[in-house]
Design a protein around this ligand. Structure first.
Ligand code: 3HC
Length: 317
């Protein structure tokens, strides 16, 4: 990222032409500071979400009911760690270090996705998180493969391939439970009842209340608005719920032939705002765990840094 120079009007014109052509902005290109700041905010939040998102499901790895389920869940949680690393790497091309980003998360200046403020209370939640949360993530992230900032879009391509596996393993787990006992079916329905509305909130506030969406759309950072992606997710998920045999907990949910989409009720925006403020049910636990592992891992970072900084070995003449 080059700093502004005396030729800023020309640089701004070149930036805007690149965006207008739907070409990629790359790390060496000049960009307006607000474009860079918006990317740092969104990519960092995305990266934090991937790492914090390991917590709710990670707690079920040791309690998975079979070796197969344990192996699948282990693979998924490991994938999320990799997604975080890709995204922190993309964010670092914007001139900010991973250490700075984690400190901003830990001191509350940066956030992570609201969805990970909710506890995973039953084993069915492992399936519901895969099906609904990773399903919502796919709706949100596939368009981000076309985002205007090159490193972010390229990270998304790899992440979306793995999210598809995450969503399918969740759906398959729920389908297996729905073919099981009455207690298992009830466990799945109770899980879906808890996660449906928080999954809709993942897409952010309504467009009318979103301070960032219009500008992010103009810069090609976002390719769809929050409401467009939420609608896409609802339309995608309703037939899947029918196939599973679960009921989505929204009495206003119905197909609207005229619109060609499903009508659905309003999420509790006050709840989303409270969660975003850090008042979510699990926020203190999630941040305390993230802080503990960040501090526990300090010696590894120091050792790796010392090793990388070691003087090059003398080469015999
Ligand atoms: N959780 C937490 N904060 C949220 C939020 C959510 N679900 N939705 C919005 N916010 C915050 C925004 O960060 C913004 O706050 P800020 O300006 O102080 O940063 C404020 O609420 C207003 O929201 P906007 O809609 O104006 O903000 P954005 O334009 O950034 O849109 C977003 C929000 C749709 C989440 C967008 O940032 C985005 O698409 N991010 C990339 C995708 C992402 O982060 N997904 C997180 C899910 S994690 C995941 O997918 C992991 C997978 O493995 C399950």
């Amino acid at each position: 990222m080059t700093a502004a120079t005396t030729h800023e009007p020309d640089l701004l014109a070149a930036f805007e032409e690149t965006i207008a052509r739907h070409d990629r902005i790359e790390p060496r290109d000049w960009v307006p500071e607000r474009y860079r700041a918006t990317l740092v905010r969104q990519i960092a939040q995305h990266a934090h979400s991937e790492i914090i998102g390991m917590q709710p499901e990670g707690g079920w790895i040791s309690r998975a009911p079979s070796l197969r389920r344990k192996a699948v869940l282990l693979a998924k949680v490991q994938d999320e760690a990799g997604h975080g690393l890709y995204l922190y790497g993309a964010c670092e091309t914007l001139g900010v270090t991973r250490e700075e980003l984690v400190e901003r998360l830990l001191d509350g200046r940066q956030k992570y996705s609201s969805i990970f403020n909710y506890p995973a209370l039953s084993y069915a939640d492992v399936g519901t998180i895969g099906w609904l949360v990773d399903g919502a993530a796919i709706c949100n992230q596939v368009p981000l493969c076309r985002t205007s900032y090159g490193p972010y879009g390229r990270a998304m391509v790899r992440i979306c391939k793995e999210e598809s596996f995450h969503q399918r393993q969740g759906f398959e787990l729920l389908a297996t439970m729905m073919g099981g006992t009455e207690e298992q079916r009830a466990m799945v329905q109770e899980s879906v009842d808890r996660f449906w509305w928080p999954a809709l909130m993942m897409f952010g506030p309504p467009d009318a209340d979103s301070p960032n969406t219009a500008q992010s759309m103009a810069w090609g950072i976002k390719r769809d608005t929050n409401d467009e992606l939420r609608q896409k997710f609802v339309d995608m998920t309703v037939p899947q719920a029918r196939a599973l045999g679960v009921t989505l907990p929204d009495p206003e949910l119905r197909w609207n032939e005229e619109r060609g989409h499903h009508d659905f009720g309003e999420p509790d925006w006050a709840e989303l705002a409270a969660v975003i403020r850090g008042e979510g049910p699990c926020n203190a636990q999630r941040i305390a765990h993230r802080r503990r592992v960040w501090e526990d891992g300090a010696w590894v970072r120091e050792a790796a840094g010392a090793y990388a900084a070691r003087p090059a070995p003398e080469v015999a003449p």
